[in-house]
Ligand binder design. Structure first.
Ligand SMILES: Nc1nc2c(c(=O)[nH]1)N=C([C@H](O)[C@@H](O)CO)CN2
Length: 117
């Protein structure tokens, strides 16, 4: 299957379990890998045949910034559900990184793979 990628999408969000995390935003860094048949778009050159990574990036950003969340696991699940349902993508891998979470780590992250049922 062909793929569409969004790499290192930075979204400032209210995210975390601790009180101080509810008072200031932190960056989340998202990597998305999506199954998509790219041949139709290549032939037609119509954006409507493509998985629009620009529209998708904006929708993911709006979703994450719509309310605070405690865990990055929740962010990953909600982003995956958005991609599968709103963008009719059959399969998505979502990695959500929280680079400021652990002082001596470059980044902490979770990754999930979800498919349409
Ligand atoms: N698996 C996870 N572990 C932790 C999370 C998380 O979202 N998923 N979050 C925290 C705190 O919010 C932390 O990021 C504060 O530095 C701790 N562990």
């Amino acid at each position: 299957m062909d793929k569409v990628f969004i790499e290192s999408l930075v979204v400032d969000a209210y995210i975390g379990v601790y009180d101080w995390e509810h008072e200031q935003t932190q960056p989340l860094v998202l990597d998305l890998e999506m199954d998509w048949d790219n041949q139709a778009a290549a032939r037609s050159e119509k954006l409507s045949d493509a998985l629009d990574y620009d529209a998708l990036s904006k929708a993911v950003t709006a979703l994450i910034q719509s309310r605070p969340r405690a865990l990055i696991e929740t962010v990953a699940e909600e982003v995956a559900a958005l991609v599968l349902t709103e963008f009719k993508c059959p399969r998505v891998r979502v990695k959500v990184g929280k680079p400021q979470a652990v002082a001596n780590a470059r980044q902490t992250a979770v990754e999930i793979v979800r498919a349409a049922v």
